[in-house]
Every structure is written in structure tokens, then in C-alpha cells.
Design a protein around this ligand. Sequence first.
Ligand SMILES: [Zn+2]
Length: 234
Amino acid sequence: MQRLHFKPLHELLQLIFPDVCCHCGEPLVGDERHLCTHCLAQIPWARHAFFPGNEVEQRLVGRIPCQAGAALLLFRQGNIAQTIVHQIKYEGNLAMAKQYGRLLGAELQSSGRFSDIDCLVPVPLHRRRKRQRGYNQSELLCEAMAEIMHRPVVTDNLYRQRYTDTQTHKDRQARMDNMKEVFAVRHPEYFENKHILLVDDIITTGATTENCYHALCAVPNLRISIASLAVTSS
Ligand SMILES: [Zn+2]
């Protein structure tokens, strides 16, 4: 009797529930993961790390004495950068956080403008929000960046001391009001004389970054650089 040939379980599941591109919804084929080849080709890379005076630095000028700033992606409503940020921030897509964190780390590293960073500091979530979500997306990015940049990730020194409403639908002034004294530093002496890289998932108005700086400026002789997965772009 001829033996039946069973396909591996994964292949069978693929036939019933094919993986689809998380941006366009088309079925993924071959080695494609998360995004199809067509969407991958349209990723809006910012290439900021190599260019002083880029969009991130311009947005923070006069507000934060930032040594260097860069984002990996340019975020516009409906574009692939929005999908990538959403996957990492709300869908718990750890593989994507790792992949794009490493890419950001590699770009900063090869630019040479971030070479004297002492440590990576993720923008903290309030512990209640972190418990709800199960992770801090900026921390995931930092861990992946650190694999490339070979710097420690410091997660417990800058912290969120006040729980705030979601920022998504607020204008700039409302965001600033919402963020006053939200952040604090537990041990300022730990950051003294250091150059830290503050890492966020997305920079919109820059209010979150600015408020982290307000907490950090109590630290003597601290230098700050800024990196984010994406920055909103006009
Ligand atoms: Zn696609």
C-alpha cells in the first residue's frame, strides 16, 4: 500500500490560513516575513543618521541641547512606517522590533556620529501601561540596537512617575500640559558625565523627548542624543 505523504504542519496551516503582508494584506510567498517584497521596496527610509540638521534634530532645536538625533523611518498617515510602528507598539511583533532595532543600531553605528554613546535609555512606560501591554516597545528596540552598538541598556534610572492619558489625539500644547513632570531620574549620579542615547518609537511633536530632557537636565554634565524608529514627516 502506498504511504500517504503528509506535508509538515506549518505548510498545511499555511494553505488554510496563509500569512499575509501586515501592510497590504496580500499572501506572503517564499521567504517573505511580515511584509511582502512589494511593500518592503516602499519603506520610507529616513537616512537621518548620516545627516546633521535632519528632521529629528530640527524638531528639537532650541528645546533640547541634543548632540545628534536620527530616526530610521519617515512616518506618514497610511504609509508602511505607520504599519511597522503599529506592529511593534500595539501588536507585540517582537521579530519586527528586533529587525528594525538592529537596522537602526547599524545605521547609527556606521554614521560615526553616535560612537561615544555610553548607554541606551528607552523612553519609559508607566508600570501600569507596561503591565497592560506586556512590554515597552522602546525597550525592545534598545535591546536590538545594543546587539549592534555593544552598549548597555539602562531601563530603571529614567522612569515615568505619573500615569498619563494617551497622547494620540492631543495637539502640541495639550501634549505638553499632559506631560509636565511625568518623568524623573532615580539616581542622577549614575548618568553624571555620561552621553546617553534616548530611544523612542516615534517622535511627533517632540513633547515626550523634551519632557524626558526636563527630568534629565538635573544630571550634571550629561550629554543626550536622540534616536527613534520613526519621525512624523510632512
Ligand atoms: Zn505588502
